[in-house]
Design a protein around this ligand. Structure first.
Ligand code: HEC
Length: 134
């Protein structure tokens, strides 16, 4: 009887740690900090030089907060830009200044990152972006 109880505790514990792992995998804030903050800033403030260019004449990382224009894109477009990468046609080099995350992040994970980014937008920006998604 004691042994059975022990097993059920063990099962519960392993289930809990699995559930926790899955949640961390899909936590927009954790993922943003891991994959995006180095260029776009921990609080979405963007590169210090933005909207200026970097040393090679390419666009610097724009802010994702209320000062940026991220909210002017539908969530579908934001997912596409993140998975496929992006470069402004006027950049001096041909490299994807915004790297492609396909294979590293799932669409679901990018959507959680976008949810985190939305926490920096004004209520008006959130409402306007919501309309783009319809
Ligand atoms: C190596 C630096 C770098 C990293 C890391 C990076 N970005 Fe970017 N990102 C850029 C640059 C630079 C641009 C501007 C590209 C251009 O206009 O040529 C950009 C542009 C964007 C844009 C389009 C502009 C906008 O705000 O509307 C989105 C969306 C975006 N990034 C999302 C992300 C997300 C989400 C992550 C993390 C998964 C990420 N980026 C990680 C450098 C980076």
């Amino acid at each position: 009887m004691k042994f059975l109880k022990f097993c059920s505790v063990l099962l519960t514990l392993s289930w809990l740690s699995l559930a926790n792992g899955a949640m961390a995998d899909n936590n927009g804030e954790v993922l943003y900090n891991q994959y995006c903050s180095v260029c776009h800033g921990v609080i979405g403030q963007g590169d210090d030089r933005w909207p200026g260019l970097n040393d090679t004449g390419d666009m610097t990382a724009p802010p994702h907060n209320e000062k940026g224009h991220t909210w002017r894109h539908s969530s579908d477009d934001l997912v596409k830009m993140t998975l496929m990468g992006y470069r402004d046609p006027y950049n001096a080099t041909e490299i994807l200044t915004m790297p492609a995350y396909e294979g590293l992040l799932t669409e679901h994970q990018v959507l959680s990152i976008i949810e985190h980014i939305k926490s920096w937008w004004t209520p008006d920006q959130i409402e306007n972006q919501r309309k783009l998604n319809q």
